[in-house]
Design a protein around this ligand. Structure first.
Ligand code: AMP
Ligand code: GLY
Length: 415
């Protein structure tokens, strides 16, 4: 397993339950993952070397190594690896590439224009009579997107990304797109380049504060399934977005293998793609994995072999799962690290604490990042899963612990 976040801990945990998997190594891992290997996710040479020596089947968690071509490299060396190629990863690594791909294949998304000239971009937003979102083209750790409430905010956003280069070269070009008002959901599927099978539905909570206030983060909590994605809507998303994406990628000679994540906005019952990710969501992965009633390893093998159509439909536990992210106060800006975390001794059975920004030093767990833990719990109802997740969250403490108190609340209002 390549990565060190909550997503990777959840995937490692699940894969280690497969009787076909002997040992799960995680590189570089965190304070919760076992068999950590201290190789950076971007050190493709050393990762390949390790995989070769240990006869690994490699699963890539985060986008950076995928965008850097880890899958192509491993394939050249005849190493088994789960995830999309570098070309296919452009769906996430270049937002402009993704927007143009959607446009030429009639996949529903917000209308947009692309700019590298600040003056032209400014003139453009002044000419519009609707609100916009300004996005840096490249990878910016989920932060290169500015949702604007006015022309003034849009002009400032252009300044920030294109002129001040706050996100570095990722902001050499920008997309200015229509802001779609609606309800957001994550739709994650697994593809083998030919077909894509849906994973359980989920909803993230991207803003730092309750009631979706404050700046965007990587995600402060998630739950699965979400009543927002009804069967009718799921079918629409699958047909108009997912199947079309997989089919179009294949037609363009860039078959997509791996997790395909579509960030969806639903307006008037119609889904639009806000973004693609070429990997599992984090924290969506944690509740989704908790509900898996199948051997994930089998599906990873089928994905890389192009044999997903031979697999039975994945079975999901008929329960809800909720993940509350415990973060360090100050995230997504600056925050303290190296604080000792306590309370791991009394975790009830229906909960699992996935680690993200932690490290283990002399048997103690210390905070080591912005998003520190993902407390994930099952429950027979959404309400019960929420209560279970918060009961466990409240047992865990450190000096600068912070979490949202309303994870899953949006889902309750739909039931
Ligand atoms: P992205 O990284 O592209 O998913 O954008 C981050 C967040 O910005 C999304 O999760 C949405 O909440 C918001 N967003 C992005 N694009 C749009 C859009 N066209 N309309 C409204 N909100 C958007
Ligand atoms: N939780 C959103 C993401 O993984 O991009």
């Amino acid at each position: 397993m390549v990565g060190s976040g909550g997503r990777e801990h959840a995937l490692s945990w699940k894969l280690s339950q497969s009787d076909k998997v002997e040992t799960v190594f995680t590189a570089p891992g965190n304070g919760g993952t076992k068999n950590n290997v201290s190789i950076d996710v971007n050190n493709l040479d050393e990762l390949a070397d390790f995989a070769q020596k240990n006869n690994c089947f490699t699963v890539v968690g985060p986008e950076d190594p995928l965008a850097a071509g880890i899958v192509d490299k491993f394939n050249q060396l005849n190493l088994k690896v789960f995830g999309p190629s570098q070309m296919a990863a452009q769906l996430e690594s270049s937002k402009i590439w993704a927007k143009n791909f959607m446009k030429r294949n009639n996949i529903p998304t917000a209308r947009f224009e692309i700019f590298d000239d600040a003056h032209k971009a400014q003139e453009y937003v002044k000419s519009l009579d609707y609100n916009v979102v300004v996005k840096a083209d490249g990878l910016a750790a989920g932060k290169g997107v500015i949702v604007c409430n006015s022309t003034k905010e849009a002009l400032d956003a252009i300044q920030t990304i294109l002129v001040k280069k706050t996100f570095g070269d990722a902001g050499n070009k920008i997309i200015i797109e229509e802001r779609i008002e609606g309800i957001e959901a994550s739709y994650i599927s697994l593809s083998d380049g030919q077909i894509a099978i849906p994973m359980a539905s989920s909803q993230d909570h991207k803003r730092i504060f309750d009631d979706d206030k404050g700046p965007n983060t990587g995600g402060m909590g998630a739950y699965s399934p979400t009543p927002i994605v009804t069967d009718v809507l799921a079918e629409k998303i699958q047909k108009k977005i997912i199947d079309k994406t997989i089919h179009s990628m294949k037609n363009e000679g860039i078959p997509f293998k791996g997790f395909l994540y579509a960030g969806i906005m639903v307006r008037n019952n119609e889904p639009y793609v806000l973004e693609y990710n070429v990997r599992m969501g984090d924290p969506e992965c944690q509740p989704i994995v908790m509900r898996m009633d199948f051997d994930l390893y089998d599906y990873f093998v089928a994905s890389i072999e192009g044999k997903l159509s031979d697999m039975p439909s994945p079975r999901w536990k008929n329960q809800y799962a909720v993940c509350v992210v415990l973060a360090s106060k100050g995230y997504p800006e600056s925050y303290a690290k190296d604080e000792e975390i306590s309370g791991f001794d009394f975790i009830p059975n229906e909960s699992y604490v996935f680690h993200a920004g932690t490290k283990k030093i002399n048997g103690k767990i210390l905070s080591n990042g912005g998003r520190v833990l993902g407390v994930t719990a099952l429950g027979d109802t959404l309400k019960e899963a929420i209560d279970n997740a918060y009961d466990t969250s409240d047992k865990i403490s450190w000096n600068n612990k912070y979490c949202r108190r309303d994870i899953g609340k949006k889902g309750l209002s739909y039931l």
